[in-house]
Write a protein that binds this ligand. Structure first.
Ligand code: ZN
Length: 468
């Protein structure tokens, strides 16, 4: 028996199963045999030689699912902290995105993938829109395959129209070589529909249909994509089940109805929407239209790739909006509609459903793939008492409290440390990319990119005088 196929039993944890009835078990065990969850219950008998992990005082939950992350941008971690969406577009789409070589995409993906599994995100959609050439795409896949997590490649290329890159023989060849029978968890086509009546994107939708894969699209992004794009997709029959609409923050009720009626879902990136300007985080509208939700972190050029931030900000933004709307009508919200339990669902089951993977992942039930997270930190004063387990995950826990992560039964992190992952190598590669970009851009451009000008603020005239 090798270390990787050794059974694992997590003992005496509080288990958020996220099964159909959201069963919560206290002082319970989770037994993993091979790549699957074998049993969940009390006082389980584990096979000889099983690895025992003490989950006492901790919370066991399914691995989280991030449905939209531009992992190649991880090489520029934090660089755009003060950006707006406009500055992001100028930097990546118009000016500097072209500078990224295959090895730079590889470096960002490698660090981004490690960052995901470290924070308990066991499945991530790599919304990879920096694939200027097939060499870039191969480099992206090489990195994802080198990290023991589940990754869906959402193939995109912001340097061309989707009708151009998706219709080449090289693209088909790449799909045949790397995706069909490959190691990735899935494949999507990633492109946007800005609403040009010529609807050239049609060709890319047809490629997706041909390959039997879904499309993920930034839709309802202020100033970029809007109701026209949704209408074109609808009228041409491309709003199909499984389509993932990212942000969906500035759409009309009519567009939301279309998404709901055609079996789509929305990937909400609350931290991104709040800061970059796609529109107000839309869960308060999505709830009204009964649209399924998953969560995402978008890009590490601003934020980090952990879903604790997504759950926390999403719950707070929804409540913030609910209060604001009520105050506008001189009313008071006495009971919140959105609960912590629901956002934990969105971070786990919601993501699995959005990707059509919910029969395999997203819950801790016997027979599912063993993607399991243990949140436990005996050194943290914020980890006790655990009274409201969903609330604890959302508002108290954080990525540093991720004690153990299993992906397909394989231990990839335990005791708070990654296992079998070469973080130093990933760091070195990202370091080389940063050196290369900084040198190529020149120090002035590099600094100006990171530190955008602040518009002048007008201070209001104060009619009051301070007197003793
Ligand atoms: Zn995005």
């Amino acid at each position: 028996m090798t270390e990787s196929d050794r059974p694992v039993v997590l003992r005496n944890g509080l288990v958020l199963t996220m099964d159909d009835s959201h069963t919560v078990l206290t002082d319970a065990d989770v037994l993993v045999v091979g790549d699957r969850i074998a049993e969940v219950g009390h006082g389980l008998t584990a096979p000889d030689g099983a690895l025992e992990i003490d989950a006492g005082g901790g919370i066991i939950m399914p691995g989280m699912v991030d449905t939209h992350r531009h992992m190649w941008q991880t090489a520029m971690r934090g660089y755009g902290a003060d950006w707006t969406l406009t500055q992001y577009f100028v930097w990546y789409y118009l000016e500097s995105g072209k500078l990224f070589r295959p090895e730079d995409v590889h470096a960002g993906n490698l660090l981004g993938a490690i960052e995901a599994v470290d924070s308990g995100v066991t499945t991530t959609v790599d919304w990879s829109h920096g694939l200027q050439t097939i060499d870039h795409a191969d480099a992206a896949v090489d990195a994802l395959e080198a990290v023991p997590g589940r990754f869906v490649l959402a193939y995109g290329n912001i340097q061309q129209g989707p009708w151009q890159w998706s219709t080449t023989p090289e693209f088909r060849d790449f799909h045949a070589r790397r995706i069909d029978g490959g190691k990735l968890a899935g494949f999507q086509l990633a492109f946007d529909v800005p609403g040009d009546p010529a609807f050239q994107e049609k060709a890319a939708f047809e490629v997706a249909r041909d390959l039997g894969v879904t499309v993920t699209t930034h839709a309802g992004v202020w100033g970029a994509t809007n109701d026209d794009g949704i209408r074109l997709m609808y009228e041409n029959g491309f709003m199909t089940p499984g389509t993932v609409y990212v942000h969906a923050a500035t759409l009309s009720s009519d567009s939301y109805h279309r998404i709901a009626a055609t079996g789509g879902s929305v990937s909400v990136s609350t931290e991104s929407e709040q800061s970059a300007g796609q529109g107000y985080p839309p869960t308060w509208m999505l709830r009204k239209h009964d649209i399924p939700v998953s969560l995402s972190m978008d890009t590490s050029v601003w934020w980090s790739g952990d879903l604790f931030s997504a759950m926390r900000s999403t719950l707070s933004a929804d409540r913030s909006r609910e209060h604001l709307e009520a105050h506008g009508a001189k009313e008071t919200i006495t009971h919140h509609h959105l609960r912590a339990e629901q956002v934990v669902d969105w971070a786990t089951r919601g993501g699995a459903k959005a990707l059509g993977m919910d029969s395999e992942i997203g819950a801790i039930t016997p027979g599912r793939k063993a993607d399991v997270v243990l949140i436990k930190n005996d050194d943290s004063p914020a980890m006790s008492p655990v009274l409201h387990p969903y609330g604890h995950v959302v508002y108290q826990a954080q990525r540093g409290d991720v004690h153990t992560v299993l992906v397909g039964g394989k231990v990839v992190k335990t005791d708070g440390k990654l296992v079998g992952v070469d973080l130093a190598a990933a760091r070195a590669k990202v370091g080389s990319t940063v050196d290369y970009l900084r040198e190529t851009m020149g120090e002035d451009l590099w600094q100006r990119g990171m530190n955008p000008e602040i518009p002048e603020s007008r201070i209001l005239h104060n009619p009051y005088q301070y007197t003793k």
